[in-house]
Design a protein. Structure first.
Length: 447
C-alpha cells in the first residue's frame, strides 16, 4: 500500500475484481492510500499488519460470511470505520451490520461521487474523533499566550521557534508549572507537523506494563482485560508529535523499548510480534535532573542523550516579574467571563503583592490564585484579601478544626507529606492514594 499523503488509509474488501479496480481508481484519484483484499482472510491479514482508517466491505464475499468478517475486523481494528457495500436486495443485512458496528452502508451500484462522498464523510468523522482527545487536553489550557517581556524567556522562545520545524527531539526543562506543556504544544503548532496531532503522555500516571500498552498498543488477549486490539499513542501520533510529560518518571524497565523506538521509529504492540513503524517527533519535559538520575542509575543515559538533542530551560515565574501583571490580567479576564463575575482589574496593592510573591508553583499557582480570586471577589478590583495575601502566612501549619476549607487543609497536608517524602510513591503511600491520583491532585492544587 502506498502512503501518498496519509490523509486516509482505505481498505477495499470485495470478491469481484472489477469492483475493486473501479473503487481503487476512484479513491486513488482523491489521493487516498488504498489496499485491496478479495477475501475475509486477506482482509484480516492486512488489518493485522497495517493501520487503516476506513474499510469498504462487501458483505457477499464468496464462501466467507460478511457479518463474521465484519466482527473480526471490529475486534482487530476498533478504530477503523467500516462502510458496508451491499446490493439493494440485501438491505436487511446492511442494517444488521450497522448494529454490529458498521458506520454506514452504500447500495450497489453506486456512482463515483457517492463513493467519494462516503469516504470523505467517514474519514472526517474519524479525524474529528482523534482530534477530540487532543482538543480536550488543549481546552484546559486554552488561551495561553507565550509572549514575554522577560529577556530570558524571550530567548527560549526564539530558540524554540528556530528548532520547531526540524525533527530534532527537544527536552524542555523547568520547575513545575512554568509552562513546559504549553511550550511543547506551541512547538508542535509552529512545526510542519501541526496538521497532525500532538499526543501527550503523562509519564508518572502509569506503571511499566500499562505504560507499554498505552504507548505502543496491545493485541487482543495480550493480558487479562485486553478484549480488543488498541493502537497506542505512538500510532495515534504518526505524522505528528509525541509529548512525554514528566519524562523523569518514565518507568525504567520500559526505557529500552522507548530508546529503540526513538532510534529506529520501530516498535511492537504488546502481545503482537509484528514490527511497526511510526513517524513521530519526540518532545519531552521534566522538572527533575536527568543527568543526576542517570548517574544514580535511575534513568538511562543513552535515552537522555536521545531526548535532549535540543534543551530548552524555562525560567521560573519569580524571574519573570515583568510578565506577572499581564498574565494576571489575562487570567482574570478569562475567569470572570467563565464564571460571570464582576472583577475587572487589580488594586495597586494586589499587583505589587503579586510581583513580590515567590511563586513556588509558578504560572499554575498564579492561575489557580486568580481563579479563586475571580470567584470570591464581588467588587470591581481584586484586592489583597481576595488573593489570600493577608490571610495567615501560607507556611504556618494549618490544624484540623481551624478555620480552613477542606481544599486548604488538603493542600497543606499534601505539601507537608511531599516535603517529608523521598519519592512520589512514598508520598502516595503515606497519603493512602495511588500515584496517579497524587499526580492529578498536585496539578489541581498547583503544587
Ligand atoms: N504563557 C502562559 N499563559 C497562560 N497560561 C499559561 C502559560 N504558561 C502556562 N500556563 C498555564 O499554567 C499551567 C501550568 O502549565 P504547564 O502544565 O504547561 O506547566 P508545566 O511546566 O508543564 O508543569 P508540570 O511540570 O507540573 O507538568 C497550565 O494551566 C497552563 O495552561
Amino acid at each position: 500500500m502506498q502512503t501518498p499523503d496519509k490523509e486516509g488509509r482505505i481498505l477495499l474488501v470485495d470478491d469481484e475484481p472489477a469492483i475493486l479496480r473501479t473503487f481503487r481508481y476512484c479513491l486513488e484519484d482523491e489521493g487516498y492510500a488504498i489496499a485491496t483484499a478479495s477475501s475475509g482472510d486477506q482482509a484480516q491479514a492486512l488489518v493485522q499488519g497495517q493501520v487503516f482508517d476506513l474499510c469498504f466491505l462487501d458483505l457477499r464475499l464468496g464462501a466467507d460470511d460478511g457479518l463474521t468478517v465484519l466482527s473480526r475486523l471490529r475486534v482487530l481494528a476498533p478504530w477503523m470505520r467500516v462502510v458496508i457495500v451491499t446490493a439493494h436486495s440485501a438491505i436487511d443485512t446492511a442494517v444488521n451490520a450497522m448494529q454490529a458496528g458498521a458506520a454506514d452502508y452504500l447500495v450497489k451500484p453506486c456512482s463515483p461521487e457517492q463513493l467519494r462522498l462516503a469516504a470523505a464523510r467517514q474519514l472526517e468523522t474519524s479525524r474529528m474523533a482523534a482530534r477530540l482527545q487532543t482538543l480536550e487536553q488543549e481546552t484546559a489550557a486554552a488561551g495561553a499566550d507565550l509572549d514575554s517581556h522577560c529577556p530570558g524567556m524571550r530567548s527560549v522562545l526564539d530558540t524554540a521557534r528556530q528548532v520547531a520545524d526540524t525533527d530534532a527531539n527537544i527536552l524542555i526543562l523547568g520547575e513545575s508549572g512554568t509552562g513546559k506543556g504549553e511550550l511543547a504544544r506551541a512547538i508542535h503548532g509552529w512545526s510542519k507537523r501541526s496538521k497532525h496531532d500532538c499526543v501527550t503522555v503523562n509519564c508518572p500516571s502509569l506503571n511499566a506494563e500499562l505504560m507499554e500498552s498505552e504507548l505502543f498498543g496491545h493485541a487482543r488477549g495480550a493480558f487479562t482485560g485486553a478484549t480488543e486490539n488498541t493502537l497506542g499513542r505512538v500510532s495515534q501520533a504518526d505524522g505528528g508529535t509525541l509529548f512525554l510529560d514528566e519524562i523523569g518518571d518514565f518507568p525504567l524497565a520500559l526505557q529500552p523499548k522507548l530508546l529503540r523506538f526513538i532510534q529506529d521509529r520501530e516498535y511492537e504492540r504488546v502481545g503482537d510480534p509484528q514490527t511497526r513503524h511510526a513517524d513521530v517527533r519526540i518532545l519531552s519535559a521534566t522538572n527533575r535532573n536527568l543527568a543526576e538520575m542517570a548517574a544514580a542509575g535511575a534513568f538511562r543515559e543513552d535515552l537522555m542523550y536521545r531526548l535532549n538533542v535540543i534543551t530548552l530551560t524555562l525560567p521560573p515565574l519569580r524571574e519573570r516579574v515583568e510578565d506577572i501583571p499581564e498574565l494576571a490580567e489575562r487570567f482574570l479576564a478569562r475567569f470572570v467571563s467563565d464564571y460571570g463575575r464582576p472583577a475587572r482589574g487589580f488594586s495597586d496593592a494586589a499587583l505589587t503583592a503579586l510581583q513580590q510573591h515567590s511563586w513556588p508553583g509558578n504560572i499554575r499557582e498564579l492561575r489557580n490564585m486568580i481563579e479563586r480570586a475571580s470567584i470570591i471577589c464581588t467588587e470591581e478590583l481584586v484586592d489583597l484579601t481576595h488573593l489570600g495575601f493577608d490571610a495567615p502566612p501560607l507556611d504556618s501549619v494549618p490544624r484540623a478544626g481551624a478555620e480552613l476549607s477542606l481544599e486548604e487543609l488538603e493542600r497543606a497536608h499534601i505539601t507537608a507529606v511531599l516535603g517529608n517524602s523521598e519519592t512520589l510513591d512514598q508520598a502516595a503511600r503515606t497519603l493512602g492514594i495511588d500515584a496517579s491520583t497524587l499526580y492529578r491532585k498536585r496539578k489541581q492544587l498547583g503544587l
